[in-house]
Design a protein around this ligand. Structure first.
Ligand code: FES
Length: 169
């Protein structure tokens, strides 16, 4: 397996922080997507309050903002779990066991793709390439990229991350 560090910091939702982020990008041409990406990157999801905020700041309708947020599956609309798991469903990973790994992940966690456990401990997301195609099947656990993940590896990575409160040992 490989390990590659990726940024993981998530800020709890804050209207003040969100307003600053929106204003940072408001002058860009076609600012809506850059604004939404900045909010998503900071908070890990688009809070319902952000719809109104972005609409006001960019002087567009809430329906326009909502339409874009719901159009792109990459925008979460609920907070991610403390342990955030991404399983790659890209073709290269599918060819080397990714399909079975996705089935295992949903069964093992009791979660559908794109959902968060009711206690907020874990969320399971699908992605379509993690840039680690030669070492699939690939997953990230709390932002750490792992390759050649077998079902038993997956269970261990997740239980270690949950036991460490959201990080990874
Ligand atoms: S297809 Fe899975 S990492 Fe590229």
């Amino acid at each position: 397996m490989t390990l590659h560090e990726m940024p993981t910091a998530m800020t709890p939702w804050s209207k003040e922080v969100a307003t600053e982020l929106v204003r940072d990008h408001a002058a860009e041409p076609g600012p809506l997507l850059p604004v939404l990406h900045a909010l998503h990157e900071a908070f890990g999801y688009i809070d319902p309050e952000a719809i109104e905020l972005v609409a006001q700041e960019l002087n567009i309708s809430r329906a326009d903002v909502y339409g874009v947020v719901t159009f792109y599956a990459d925008f979460r609309r609920t907070p991610p779990g403390r342990v955030r798991i991404q399983v790659c469903r890209g073709e290269a990973c599918q060819a080397v066991g990714g399909r079975g790994l996705v089935e295992h992940a949903t069964r093992s966690l009791g979660l559908e793709l794109g959902t968060t456990a009711p206690d907020g401990s874990v969320s399971l997301e699908e992605v379509f390439c993690l840039g680690n195609c030669a070492l699939g099947p690939s997953v990230t656990v709390s932002g750490h990229l792992r390759g050649r993940v077998e079902p038993a590896d997956f269970d261990r990575l997740v239980s270690d991350a949950v036991a460490s409160g959201g990080g990874e040992r």
